[in-house]
Design a protein around this ligand. Structure first.
Ligand SMILES: NC(=O)c1ccc[n+]([C@@H]2O[C@H](COP(=O)([O-])OP(=O)(O)OC[C@H]3O[C@@H](n4cnc5c(N)ncnc54)[C@H](OP(=O)(O)O)[C@@H]3O)[C@@H](O)[C@H]2O)c1
Length: 227
């Protein structure tokens, strides 16, 4: 994948890690970056970044985005939610449903809608923003971890199915990042996370965005230290 000159779509591109992806891609020379957001609030295109109204849980909006962004050859499925609730101890299943609807089914919906778009643009690259919690479960965030595990499995399914059309499928398994999402942790939860992960600080959004930009670059293909 050569980012320079590529046309990208980043879901949840309005804040947090998504906004950092948009800026990293701009810095790396993407020709056009569609920044998906649930509310675009009159945000204007600036020559490179084009705001697109996109709630990944609304099928009509996903279909409209695939029609409008028909030149995409790099899709970054970044949008996600975390309720920070245990699986059984949560008072209701509302957070668990929203996490599955967004992190798993919303991502699946985007993959299905954009697979033909990527194919028609030469194969391209699809990135799913997952989590280290795709691999294990943390009790305070049990239903989120389950949704990210489902999205990890989905990523493998999509990789198999898109191999024939030449689409590269990448999963990104980040640890805790300093965004609004982790600001939702209360003080005690935050301390627990830091202690258990032996972290001195949470990752900055730029750390993750730059790592993904590197993965997408030609440098990663030739480096002996591929991530
Ligand atoms: N922060 C972490 O520690 C961490 C660690 C590993 C993985 N991740 C993953 O990284 C991704 C980005 O998270 P973040 O930390 O940047 O979180 P964030 O600051 O809470 O941002 C979440 C983004 O997702 C968007 N979003 C939520 N539901 C959506 C929907 N139905 N349709 C479209 N957009 C939607 C939000 O849009 P609105 O502005 O409209 O709410 C926002 O732009 C997520 O997939 C998350 O699971 C985060």
């Amino acid at each position: 994948m050569i980012i320079k000159g590529a046309t990208a779509l980043v879901t949840g591109g309005n804040r947090g890690l998504g906004r950092a992806f948009v800026e990293a891609l701009r810095g790396a020379g993407c020709a056009r970056i569609y920044a998906g957001a649930r509310r675009i609030d009159g945000a204007a295109a600036d020559g490179v970044v084009v705001p697109v109204e996109l709630d990944i849980t609304v099928p009509a909006q996903v279909a409209a985005a695939a029609a409008r962004c028909a030149d995409v050859n790099l899709l970054i499925n970044n949008a996600g939610v975390a309720g920070f609730k245990p699986a059984l101890g949560a008072p209701t299943m509302d957070d668990a449903r929203l996490e599955i609807e967004t992190n798993y089914l919303g991502t699946l919906s985007m993959c299905r809608a954009f697979a033909p778009v990527l194919k028609s643009n030469g194969g391209g690259t699809l990135v799913n923003m997952l989590s280290v919690t795709s691999f294990f479960n943390a009790p305070m965030n049990g239903s989120y971890c389950a949704s990210k595990a489902a999205a990890w499995s989905l990523t493998k399914a999509v990789r198999f199915e898109l191999r024939a059309q030449g689409t590269t499928v990448i999963g990104v398994y980040a640890g805790f990042i300093d965004t609004d999402m982790t600001h939702g942790l209360d003080g005690e939860q935050r301390q627990k996370v830091m202690r258990r992960s032996a972290l001195r600080r949470l990752a900055e959004v730029e750390d993750v965005a730059n790592a993904v930009e590197y993965l997408l670059s030609d440098k990663a293909r030739t480096s002996p230290a591929r991530c």
